[in-house]
Design a binder for this molecule. Sequence first.
Ligand SMILES: [Zn+2]
Ligand SMILES: [Zn+2]
Length: 182
Amino acid sequence: MNIKKYNKEYYKKNREKILEERKNNRNNINKRVRERYRENPEKFSDRSKKWRQKNPEKSKLNNVKNRVSVKFDILNYYSNGKFECACCGENNYFFLTLDHINNDGKKDRKLGISFYFKLRNNNYPEGIQILCWNCNSAKGIFGVCPHNDKNKRMKEIERFLLLKYKVMEDKKPKPLSNNKAE
Ligand SMILES: [Zn+2]
Ligand SMILES: [Zn+2]
């Protein structure tokens, strides 16, 4: 039996054990792969380029899988497994985003999805929380989410809007009476 075949057989028989070991050992494995990559980057990129050309469909699927899996890991970690917005509790996966708690994410935003990989590779540093699109952009615009009613500024804006709305209500034409027959 040649070594390739032997490895394949071994993997088949001990799949669960191997996967479990890999999972527990992910950081070390990633480190080793990165080291090997640094030693000989051309060999690596050559090989993966060839593989991608040979398997375009699989390669596309892998890309999607990697993106979904990294987002899953990030949401899982920073929401303590709750998968919800830290502000309003929105739990639709597609609405959930990363937020820099101290609004210092300008540089990181430019990285796009690679920022997610960076966080995971760096063992989930502090300063990040999960917010939904609504709460995240409101925080971006007002400096604080309107859900946070402890904030004075938001209270003022709310009072002003309510007042304006009331004035508008007074000016609205009265609904027509239904008793035309009278
Ligand atoms: Zn929210
Ligand atoms: Zn909110």
